[in-house]
Ligand binder design. Sequence first.
Ligand SMILES: [Fe+2]
Ligand SMILES: [Fe+2]
Length: 237
Amino acid sequence: MFKRPLSSSSRALQQVSKASQSKKFNLSDLEFGKLSKAQIAYLDRVIRVDQSGELGANLIYNAQYVVLANRYPHLKPVLQHMWDQELHHYSTFNDLQVRRRVRPSLLTPLWKVGAVGLGAVTALISKEAAMACTVAVETVIGNHYNEQLRVLMNQYDVPIYEKNTGEVISKESLEMTLRTSPELRQLKEFIKEFRDEELEHLETAIEHDAKKAVPYMLLTETIKLLCHGAIYTAERV
Ligand SMILES: [Fe+2]
Ligand SMILES: [Fe+2]
């Protein structure tokens, strides 16, 4: 097939892009553009609400464990495993909160009482009601984490500069892991990991008869509403 000859300017452009593509960058070569005030404020909100949420999840599982573990020995390891994972989620967001100096939600005492109450009351109703509570909470948290991931993936695009020259680097020339700042990448990885574990908890609760709780719909829909209210408030207060 006949190929049109390249003009000298397009040949030069091709050479430049080939040169930047072939250059291998390390993280230490890169400088990430500053985040806007709105982006920083959203990050603070993410950490504040997730820390509160994971604190609440911990206390829910704690209360369920206290009420159910001795009565139903087969549930002991199941509840312990989910609780252990919540402890890890909570301590991770606690660390982030300290490191980024984000103030905790002012309503933390209320979240504590509410979570213990929710865990204990549902567990006292029945083991199925406790599992229905888990279904409701994890459904809301799973969606909440997905929403945060969407924002962090779509609205945190900052320019990346080569440290030495100050020149903007095209993202396509960088490996995927270098296209986001380490802090943001780590936060997204935590949220993805925790989201997957929350969805595992949801499945575990269904496997353990959550849907046999009476009245299932009323219980789960009420708890979902409570969780939505708590998320909305903890993000802001
Ligand atoms: Fe969690
Ligand atoms: Fe969970």
